[in-house]
Design a protein. Structure first.
Length: 223
């Protein structure tokens, strides 16, 4: 397992955060992490997603299993170093944005003095009114944010390439990482994360009966 360094502990102390460390074994990595999360009442699970190499595929499989089975929110950072951030792109292609993505983007942007760009795609045959509705929805989200923002809404048949193009210039991309019984849906999020030219955070939120206070507020505000 990963052992917190003195630098980690100093940073945590400065933020008033307590660190609890527990080692796991390769034989039961997913089980030990899952039990730790449940036992400690963890609200957010964060992990690095390694490059898809033969030597790391067992780790990727375990992380995907955890993404599907954890009852808390989870965030996975694609295997790239995050440097200075001045623009965060929040990607969407379906219904309303996951409130956790919005909350996370706003917190990071405020800390980094960055702005947010909402990037949303529609089918190529979508009526213009659909794009107008999405712009209006972004306006509502903008009322919740504490930082500057803009948006890009585009109709396309090439989801991955168009998202990557519209996100270009961002220093960090945030997108949903849904779990789904059809593997192609989960794979799509990973393909999008690999296609962008900056670090990507894949956010998964289980359908909890009692969402957090900020999540409930955002849901109420935009509905």
């Amino acid at each position: 397992g990963m052992v917190p360094t003195d630098r980690d502990r100093a940073a945590a102390d400065a933020l008033g955060i307590a660190i609890t460390a527990e080692n796991y074994t390769d034989e039961d990595r997913r089980g030990m992490v899952h039990r730790f999360v449940e036992r400690e009442g963890v609200d957010l699970f964060i992990a690095d997603l390694p490059q898809d190499l033969r030597a790391t595929r067992h780790i990727t499989r375990d992380l995907r299993w955890l993404r599907e089975h954890l009852t808390c929110d989870s965030v996975f950072l694609r295997n790239r170093a995050v440097e200075d951030i001045d623009l965060i792109a929040v990607l969407g292609t379906g219904g309303p944005y996951d409130p956790v993505k919005i909350e996370m983007a706003d917190h990071i942007a405020r800390y980094e003095t960055a702005s947010i760009r909402f990037v949303h795609l529609t089918p190529s045959d979508a009526p213009p009114a659909q794009g107008d509705s999405i712009h209006a929805y972004h306006e509502q989200l903008g009322e919740v944010l504490t930082v500057a923002w803009d948006d890009r809404v585009e109709a396309t048949d090439d989801l991955v390439e168009t998202l990557a193009g519209l996100a270009r210039g961002a220093n960090l991309v945030i997108l949903g990482a849904p779990t789904h019984r059809f593997q192609i849906v989960t794979d799509l999020a990973d393909r999008i994360a690999e296609s962008v030219d900056c670090p990507a955070l894949l956010v998964h939120t289980p359908r909890l009966e009692k969402p957090g206070m900020i999540t409930r507020f955002i849901q109420w505000w935009v509905n």
